[in-house]
Design a protein around this ligand. Structure first.
Ligand code: GLA
Length: 385
């Protein structure tokens, strides 16, 4: 739906014109997955697919909300405190309202209409885009503002506490703070972030959606988090004062191997080497070394597949397929895994070959949906009318 049609749909549903339009982009992560919740490093870009939240103030102390993607509507009091029987997508919206109010933000009643072209559950950061979009719509209508880092933390809190999804902070931060034509190197302990220029003029990012749907509210993601917590507890018995796996370096791994069981060692090995890959990849990206970034992406995929065990057959097949196309520098799964998308870094003239190859295969019986993604700015808020 184009922006004009979305505005028309808003008016048709609520009988007034939207006064705020928020465009909250999705993301792909170039390197650095399953490192954010242990305070490590990530290197995502925001992409040109976004969740749109259209909003108007209401005199009623309620939030009425319609999501086009789910063809579903709900209505909650503005002073809601728990999500009760709400469905999963409704919890993201209500959770944001609950958390903002718990911070003392005097929220006005609002009508919200949610659209855009970012698919849900594809591992493209759609939950964070929804949270950030709703938060900024509610804040704008209520004449309130907040620094992006604070807002990112509150959106994450909404997801952790009200949508039962134990996500980290990467998706909210890139949605809020991305810069066009740059990746963002983010330290998930301090939230310090730098825009890293993508200095290779002739490369493109191709996102390849496996069609396998995942939810981070499901078991595998939470289990990995718990494994990291257990590993840290064990390591801390030997190494006093350590407070996060992000404090470990590659040189510490042989010692960790003597302290941890096999599975926990592999998890830690992924986290430690992945943080190192982010450091090297951000330098390579800035230096215009696409081959260097690509090689790190391939290493990262192998580590997520073999050590962290969050890939799946379909994603592995897609990555192998992409790497068999001449001109593809690197490919890997991106995001939480267990399905969702892969990202490939591709020489521009090879993009069509890769898209054709993707259209010719059916990993797991599904034809992957591949598209070119541009690195765009973070969330945009427009007051209209
Ligand atoms: C999901 C979570 C993020 C991050 C990634 C894996 O996208 O929302 O916080 O943990 O998985 O890197």
């Amino acid at each position: 739906m184009n922006p004009h049609d979305e505005a028309v749909a808003f008016r048709a549903r609520f009988g007034v014109a939207a006064s705020v339009v928020v465009r909250a982009p999705g993301r792909v992560n170039l390197v650095g997955d399953h490192t954010d919740y242990t305070g490590g490093l990530v290197l995502p870009i925001a992409i040109d697919k976004a969740t749109h939240v259209l909003a108007a103030p209401s005199d009623e102390p309620r939030i009425r909300c319609h999501a086009r993607l789910y063809d579903d509507t709900f209505d909650i009091p503005i002073d809601i405190t728990t999500c009760g029987e709400l469905s999963q997508w409704q919890r993201y919206v209500a959770g944001v309202a609950i958390v903002l109010r718990s911070q003392g933000v005097p929220l006005r009643g609002a009508d919200l209409w949610i659209g855009g072209n970012l698919p849900a559950g594809a591992g493209l950061g759609s939950s964070a885009a929804l949270e950030v979009g709703v938060a900024l719509a509610l804040l704008t209508i209520s004449d309130a503002t907040m620094p992006p880092e604070t807002l990112a933390q509150l959106c994450k809190q909404a997801e952790n506490e009200h949508a039962d999804a134990p996500c980290g902070i990467m998706d909210q931060m890139i949605c809020l703070c991305a810069k066009a034509n740059h990746a963002m190197r983010l330290d998930c302990t301090s939230l310090a972030h730098q825009a890293v220029p993508i200095n290779s003029p002739d490369v493109a990012f191709v996102v390849i959606d496996s069609g396998v749907r995942h939810s981070i509210a499901a078991g595998g993601y939470a289990e990995r988090r718990r494994e990291c917590e257990r590993a840290l507890e064990t390591i801390a018995r030997h190494r006093h004062g350590i407070s996060s796996l992000a404090e470990l370096n590659v040189a510490d791994l042989p010692e960790c191997a003597t302290q941890l069981d096999d599975v926990l060692f592999h998890r830690v090995s992924h986290v430690v080497t992945e943080n190192e890959r982010v450091r090297t990849a951000s330098d390579a990206l800035e230096a215009g070394d696409a081959a260097g970034v690509g090689a790190l992406m391939v290493e990262s995929h192998a580590s997520l597949r073999d050590e962290y065990e969050v890939s799946c057959t379909e994603l592995d097949e897609i990555v192998d397929l992409a790497m068999s196309v001449p001109g593809v520098y690197g490919a890997r799964m991106t995001g939480g895994g267990f399905g969702g998308c892969a990202i490939a870094l591709v020489r521009e003239e090879a993009v069509d070959d890769l898209l054709v190859r993707c259209a010719s295969v059916r990993p797991g019986g599904v034809r992957p949906n591949a598209f070119v993604a541009r690195a765009v700015d973070g969330v945009q808020v427009d007051s209209v009318g």
